[in-house]
Design a protein around this ligand. Structure first.
Ligand code: PTT
Ligand code: SF4
Length: 610
């Protein structure tokens, strides 16, 4: 089989074993790689109802047939597991040399089960894999630990690791790489910590096993050229995702004060132009010619790599208007290994709960010093408050009681990313139906929505969300490459179908690929149902705040979502997906998509609709 290696590196930390195993060819063809392959492995090999922080959970690092190839922005991999934050399927996408090395080592994924007796690391050198002691690294932040590993394994080795937050099982701890790349928002770092796995180091030197290497090279270089010639290239190279701050403010979607507002009076202090003043360099993932990691000198003189989400969630959403200080909070998140989005949502939750007298201490909006300390308390579970917040907003609200669930801005337990939806029903639907909880990556419908009829709840919004989920969440997460060349600079999607053909020899059509994306989505939904033991459409609802409390500032003051109309939009979404009114895929949908193997389990749990 060309384009895939057809092998997994299966690691059992309880037994201290690592071995190379074949997996069915059909999985590669029908689930491709990344998210698709990870979901298929979880369905097959993780016992239903596994404790996300127990040895039976599987931590998966998966690449796809386009990963690592000489084509734009191909240095990405998916990290997936059952999430300790949501209890359902979780994953994230991280740019790292580890992605390229994993492919070169000859594996399509690493699957880790069990729990090591002592802190350990996995070192993969081509087909050889060793589980080694890592007590000397345990407790170190991600930067210090990665530097030590690079001294031992070389400057170009692929390194994926956790910081102190992952070690302490903070439920939104992530996996970090290259001092500023983070992946696995729904607690993939905590899963790694629960296995006492500090780091994975990969050095691969083999080839990619391609169908037509010359054609891949030809297409790849044409695509690099198109990216560079695109209209938006030079401004993208200046600001990257940071250009979104001004756009979000202009369109009243910049989250402020725990999503109470969609505009922030101090936005100029944290926008892309301010970032340009502080910028010292820029860096990115491997194989990328649109390096979007903008590195600034922060208020404490250290380097910090900024993105829009980080800045909105640790800036406007907590009332902080000084980018150099926001950059400090962002750097700490990277060093401790915490997701900046959930962290920002959690800090804002604390500020609002304190304002309402639900916690004893008063935490002021914009209080940099207090937030700085609180990040350490969360990452190290140091204080009672830090320990509470380390559980994420949904669990924190359940423990605090009172009215505090109102301040927990989350869907399925995962905190909302940085787009306010008081006046954006389509984006609210994207959050509500994202396969990992409230994340924007699968359907960033908001730019289209604000440019068209943003107040409509028509079925075209459901259709658009599904189209985006197919391409962004179904395909780019399975190819696995960065979606930015297409999303941000308009690289022609047809490149990918040609590249797939050249890499694998398989003649996928767009219909095949959309079916593949729908298959992955339905399988992920099936996993959720299996792991939660049932389903209820309230799980697909955005936070109540957007329905109940209108925004009070900016040109859209007074706006809020309409719950009845939103329910209609959700119905339209389910209908288009072939799911029933509960949000459960119909039996006919599962069978049509080749997911017959899920039918018996789902029917037993929830009774499938024909
Ligand atoms: C992603 C989420 C995002 S999405 C951001 S900023 W973004 C936050 N970044 C964090 C960070 O940084 N440090 C940290 N400690 N936590 C962070 N949490 C947040 O994580 C990232 C880029 C970005 S920047 C985006 S949109 C695109 N995402 C892609 C994706 O999801 N899939 C894909 N095929 N291509 C993508 N390209 C872009 O990659 P999660 P990265 Mg990320 C510092 O991880 O869990 O998916 O959540 O991977 O290598 O850092 O690149 O405005
Ligand atoms: Fe990484 Fe940015 Fe390049 Fe995508 S565009 S591969 S996120 S540096």
């Amino acid at each position: 089989m060309k384009g895939w290696h057809g092998r997994l590196l299966w690691v059992d930390l309880t037994r201290g074993e690592a071995r190379s195993v074949e997996y069915p060819k059909e999985w590669a063809l029908n689930f491709m790689g990344g998210r698709g392959l990870a979901a298929r492995i979880l369905w097959e090999h993780m016992p239903a109802g596994a404790d996300p922080l127990g040895p039976d959970n599987l931590l998966i690092f998966a690449v796809g047939p386009l990963t690592g190839l000489p084509l734009p922005s191909s240095g990405k991999l998916v990290v997936a597991a059952k999430s300790p934050l949501t209890g359902g399927y979780g994953d994230g996408n991280i740019g790292s040399m580890a992605a390229v090395h994993l492919r070169r080592a000859g594996f399509d994924a690493i699957v880790v089960r069990g729990r090591a007796e002592k802190p350990s690391m996995l070192v993969v050198r081509d087909q050889k894999a060793d589980i080694l002691p890592a007590e000397h690294l345990w407790g170190l932040d991600t930067w210090a630990a990665e530097r030590r590993l690079r001294e031992d394994y070389g400057r170009n080795a692929g390194v994926l690791l956790i910081g102190p937050a992952g070690e302490r099982l903070v439920r939104f701890a992530t996996v970090i790489s290259q001092e500023g790349r983070s992946g696995g928002r729904p607690g993939m770092g905590a899963v790694m910590g629960s296995k006492r796995l500090k780091a994975v180091v990969i050095v691969g030197t083999g080839d990619f096993n391609l169908h037509d290497q010359r054609e891949v090279a030809k297409l790849g270089s044409a695509a690099y050229r198109d990216v560079k010639r695109s209209k938006g290239y030079s401004f993208w190279m200046r600001q990257g995702t940071m250009m979104t701050v001004d756009w979000a403010q202009e369109n009243s979607v910049l989250p402020a004060y725990n999503f109470r507002e969609g505009v922030f009076e101090g936005f100029k202090g944290i926008d892309g132009y301010r970032m340009e003043e502080l910028k010292v360099t820029q860096r990115g993932c491997p194989n990328c010619n649109m390096t979007c990691g903008n590195v600034v000198r922060d208020a404490e003189g250290e380097l910090s790599e900024l993105d829009y989400e980080n800045v909105a969630m640790l800036g406007s959403n907590i009332g902080l208007d000084d980018l150099a200080k926001v950059a400090v909070l962002n750097r700490l998140a990277d060093m401790y290994g915490l997701d900046t989005i959930s962290l920002g949502g959690t800090l804002a939750f604390a500020a609002e709960a304190s304002e309402e007298g639900l916690i004893d201490e008063r935490i002021e909006w914009g209080d940099f010093d207090r937030f700085r300390d609180l990040i350490r308390e969360v990452a190290l579970r140091e204080t009672e408050l830090g320990n509470l917040l380390a559980e994420g907003t949904r669990r924190a609200a359940e423990k605090l009681g009172g009215d505090s669930i109102r301040y927990a801005m989350q869907v399925k337990g995962l905190e909302v990313s940085a787009y306010d939806c008081h006046a954006a029903p389509g984006m609210a639907l994207a959050y509500a139906t994202s396969p990992i909880g409230a994340h924007h990556k699968d359907a960033w419908v908001i730019s289209w929505e604000v440019a068209t009829d943003r107040f409509s709840y028509g079925p075209e919004k459901a259709r658009r969300v599904i189209e985006l989920q197919r391409v962004r969440g179904g395909l780019f997460e399975s190819f696995v490459t960065c979606r930015f060349p297409w999303v941000e600079l308009g690289l022609d999607l047809d490149y990918y179908i040609k590249l797939l053909r050249a890499a694998t020899g398989v003649e996928y059509t767009w219909d095949d690929l959309y079916a593949l994306a729908d298959r992955v989505y339905a399988l992920v939904r099936a996993l959720w149902i299996r792991e939660l033991g049932g389903w209820d459409r309230s799980l697909d609802m955005p936070p109540a705040r957007w329905f109940r409390e209108p925004i009070s500032k900016g040109p859209l003051a007074g706006s809020r979502l309409d719950i009845e109309k939103f329910r209609g939009l959700l119905d339209a979404y389910y209908e288009l997906r072939g799911w029933d009114e509960r949000g459960v895929p119909r039996r006919s949908t599962l069978e049509k998509l080749g997911l017959g193997f899920t039918v018996e389990t789902l029917d037993r749990l929830v009774g499938l609709t024909p």
